[in-house]
Design a protein around this ligand. Structure first.
Ligand SMILES: [Mg+2]
Ligand SMILES: [Zn+2]
Length: 189
């Protein structure tokens, strides 16, 4: 059997693009200036670059699943111009309380549950124990831990306000610092 990949799982809003609270119009999409280089480094290291994002705005009726797919196509278009690519996007469209219709459910994919990481691991042949989850909320860090990966907090987006520092494996200024830490951490193993 071929060797498994390791992955950098990334939250989307506040981690690779600006947090705007329920991104619902394409013109609100602004990648952070460090994201292209960060993701290019992940690609070059032979790791999988995977976005895992809670989008309860779908459940709340603020925007559609199609809109979110369009945003992700656009993210890869913008990254492509910088020689970088996301290998997979995983989306939780649910909310246990504020959801409408089929989207109102206590699902297994909404972070901090590890469902999206487990699914990606199956579909993309990823070894979670050698993988990392980067995000701007402690919920993202917890998601990584719940999947058996290492969690890294970035101080962009909501991460700017977080003062508790005991939980993540690393606290990084932004996605590029996080990836630089990951590449060093991998060499130790
Ligand atoms: Mg976020
Ligand atoms: Zn879900």
């Amino acid at each position: 059997m071929a060797e498994k990949y390791s992955a950098v799982f990334m939250d989307r809003d506040g981690t690779i693009n600006e947090e705007v609270s329920f991104l619902s119009r394409m013109e609100q999409l602004k990648l952070y200036p460090q994201s292209g280089e960060a993701i290019r480094l992940i690609n070059a290291a032979g790791m999988k670059a995977v976005v895992v994002t809670n989008q309860s705005g779908i459940a709340r009726g603020y925007f559609t699943e199609d809109f979110v797919r369009g945003v992700h196509d656009r993210i890869n278009e913008l990254l492509g111009a910088e020689g970088a690519r996301i290998d997979g996007f995983y989306v939780c469209p649910h909310h246990p309380i504020h959801g409408q219709g089929i989207y109102k459910q206590d699902c297994e994919c909404r972070k901090p549950k590890p469902g999206m990481l487990l699914q990606a691991a199956r579909e993309m042949n990823i070894d979670l124990a050698r993988s990392y989850m980067v995000g701007d909320m402690l919920r993202d860090v917890q998601t990584g831990k719940n999947a058996g990966a290492k969690g890294i907090l970035v101080k962009t987006g909501y991460g700017m306000n977080i003062v508790r520092t005991d939980m993540p494996s690393c606290i990084a200024g932004d996605i590029l610092e996080a990836v630089q830490w990951i590449l060093k951490d991998r060499k130790k193993e």
